[in-house]
Design a binder for this molecule. Structure first.
Ligand SMILES: Cc1cc2nc3c(=O)[nH]c(=O)nc-3n(C[C@H](O)[C@H](O)[C@H](O)COP(=O)(O)OP(=O)(O)OC[C@H]3O[C@@H](n4cnc5c(N)ncnc54)[C@H](O)[C@@H]3O)c2cc1C
Length: 404
């Protein structure tokens, strides 16, 4: 939908993923009657990360105390629960086990438990092998953290509910509107799309996910940190038998790497997904293993930060690629905590692509990152997992930055 030439709004948002939509809703709740427009290049909302993820509502165990992720995950999970309940959206509090399978992982597990408690995560427990088996009879493991309030939901449905609320409150969500230019004028910010339509806004917030660096650059801001896309592939677990699980099951993550390791996630449909792994994506917005976008791939490979990162983590990267193409290797990895699993229990599943910000120095940006040079143009530059969980709290943070 277009028909917006010359329109003027008090707030513009680029990106109708879960975060951009949550922000538009938050702004309208704070200032009823505000004129708001959300500009989205796809034909529907939530077509990228918000519609291709594990659907887990994290409780906030993993993140360094004091970080935005720690605070906004705990706060966001509570808000998400309320939102899903108020709007009749799916919410299943299945609970999650983080399982140590090697003696050397037990110290990491104890540190995680401490961290989770420091972050204010409720009701965490440490379990031994018998406690693990009581919850999941087919699981092996030496020790585990039990997080009873970890839930699953459908973030695509949450995003659609947010869009409906924005529209009902008088905001506009314009799909098929690809932002190609952003110009800061003395009184307003002018935004144009690829068809030459223009809108003016007093304040602009960009929540462009996998395109966050490119959209920030349109307004004259730097490309650094760049977005490096990491594809995550899932496999489907054969239902029932000696591999059936009812809860979410995660390994102890490697603290040097930003992703959580291959885990088991029961879905609302009743399926169990195994994954995601993490390999460099050959297209920022391609969801098949064979999708290649040469501009995206060239930009990633030319980035000096990626070369530095690869030098540090090449072993882990090779392992991820091997598992990506070999069910047998993946099964071997998962067998550490689900001993009966064989390659025959796994079928190819869907994929998602994570937007991860990376500095030119090769450091991954760990925390959520908001850049606001003058309060008129604010960029959300890093919003990886748990940003879907945290979306309603991230929206409040962004709305605070606008300083009307
Ligand atoms: C495989 C995977 C598993 C994950 N699992 C979880 C999980 O279990 N729990 C959790 O909390 N988080 C999870 N995440 C992370 C979570 O999905 C994201 O952090 C969250 O969806 C980010 O939302 P967003 O609105 O910032 O980005 P997106 O959903 O990517 O939205 C950005 C939007 O901006 C639009 N856009 C970009 N450029 C332009 C432009 N030029 N003009 C107009 N529009 C533009 C895009 O089309 C897109 O719709 C996972 C992510 C992945 C990939």
């Amino acid at each position: 939908m277009t028909g917006t030439a010359g329109a003027r709004y008090q707030l513009g948002v680029v990106g109708a993923g879960i975060v951009g939509l949550a922000l538009a809703r938050e702004a309208l709740r704070r200032r009823p009657g505000l004129t708001v427009v959300v500009l989205e290049k796809e034909g529907e909302v939530a077509q990228h990360q918000s519609g291709h993820n594990s659907g887990v509502v994290h409780t906030g165990i993993y993140y360094p105390p004091g970080s935005l992720k720690a605070r906004l995950c705990v706060e966001g999970a509570a808000r998400m629960r309320e939102y899903c309940q108020e709007h009749g959206l799916a919410w299943r509090e299945l609970g999650k086990l983080i399982v140590a399978t090697r003696p050397e992982e037990c110290a990491g597990l104890a540190a995680l438990l401490e961290r989770g408690r420091a972050n204010g995560v409720r009701d965490l427990e440490r379990l031994g092998p018998a406690g693990i088996r009581d919850l999941e009879p087919h699981l092996g493991g030496l020790e585990a953290i039990w997080s009873p309030h970890t839930a699953i939901t459908d973030y695509g449905a949450v995003a659609r509910a947010l869009a409906a609320e924005v529209r009902a409150a008088g905001g506009r969500v314009l799909t098929g509107w690809r932002v190609t230019a952003i110009a800061r004028g003395p009184a307003a910010v002018e935004i144009a799309n690829d068809r030459g339509d223009r809108v003016e806004v007093a304040r602009l917030v960009t929540c462009a996910g996998l395109q966050a660096d490119r959209v920030a650059a349109l307004s004259g801001d730097g490309r650094d940190p760049a977005i490096v896309p990491f594809r995550g592939d899932y496999w489907l677990l054969r239902p029932g038998g000696r591999t059936g699980v009812r809860h979410l099951v995660y390994p102890v993550p490697d603290p040097a790497l930003p992703f959580l390791g291959v885990h088991l996630t029961p879905r609302l449909s009743g399926e169990v997904w195994v994954g995601p792994n993490a390999v460099l994506a050959t297209a920022r917005e391609g969801y098949r293993r064979t999708d290649v976008n040469w501009a995206d791939l060239g930009a990633a490979l030319a980035h000096p930060g990626l070369r530095r990162l690869a030098r540090r983590h090449w072993r882990a990267a090779v392992g991820e690629y091997r598992r990506d193409f070999s069910r047998r290797r993946l099964a071997r990895e998962v067998r550490r905590y689900l001993p009966a699993l064989t390659a025959r229990d796994l079928r190819w599943g869907p994929s998602g692509v994570r937007a991860q910000a990376l500095g030119a120095d090769g450091q991954l940006v760990d925390d959520f990152l908001v850049e606001d040079q003058d309060h008129r143009v604010v960029h959300l530059r890093n919003a990886p997992s748990p940003a879907a969980t945290s979306s309603l709290a991230v929206a409040a943070l962004l709305a605070d930055r606008l300083q009307w």
